[in-house]
Design a protein around this ligand. Sequence first.
Ligand code: ATP
Length: 240
Amino acid sequence: RGEAPVLELASVSAAYGPFRALFDVSLTLARGEALALVGSNGAGKTTVARVVSGLVTPSAGRVLVDGADLTAARAKPYHFARAGIAHATEGRSVFATLSVEENLTLSFRRARGRGGVRGGLELAYEAFPVLGRRRKQLAGTMSGGEQRMLSMARVLVEKPKVLVADELSLGLAPKIVGELYASLARLRAEGVSLLIVEQHVGHALRLCDRVAVLGHGHVTWSGPAAEATGIVTRAFAPAG
Ligand code: ATP
């Protein structure tokens, strides 16, 4: 519909020292669209996620958010965050020595101002009732799955333009994975674009519109999720 993509990777290459991890990777994400990034171990999925959130600077190519070239601006990760990119990973973004409610309050105050805290807490506890029941518990003593819900609750309320979710379900019980995916679907319905890196391809394919397959740092296939099932099964060797 002629709308500029929210996120565009244009011919991105990236390396770790002498090791070249990405070759000429091009991807786009429209507003409210969900893209699953799949591929075997070491294919470069996490590296793409790091490029999108500014943690890895491409050696060639460009990263554009809403048409603005962040590569040319030599943007740091916090510039990417300010431009609307959120990176959800395993609970590493929670403050271990603060309670659940203190963690949420801090980030809602930053995102919505003092007046937005109460509404944010209501939204977060509605999406993840377990957080409401454990609001006084120190975040560092929560289980891995609970900590990931805590980071997701923050993302849910902050409403970024793009959420990069890297292996969000790794090692979690199916019920918790289900809750996390329900909250991803809710975010998407609110117009947030999703880049999903996931070993649980089934969940990712149900949620996503499009799929890109990475192999040895190259995009080897991309297209609608509905056409991806056979291709993904061949490209991807599930562990266990
Ligand atoms: P997995 O599914 O196993 O997590 P991936 O597709 O996410 O794999 P990446 O983590 O992006 O793959 O890694 C791509 C390649 O880059 C791998 O060969 C990896 O060993 C290498 N690599 C990743 N991070 C670094 C680093 N910090 N230093 C050196 N090499 C790295």
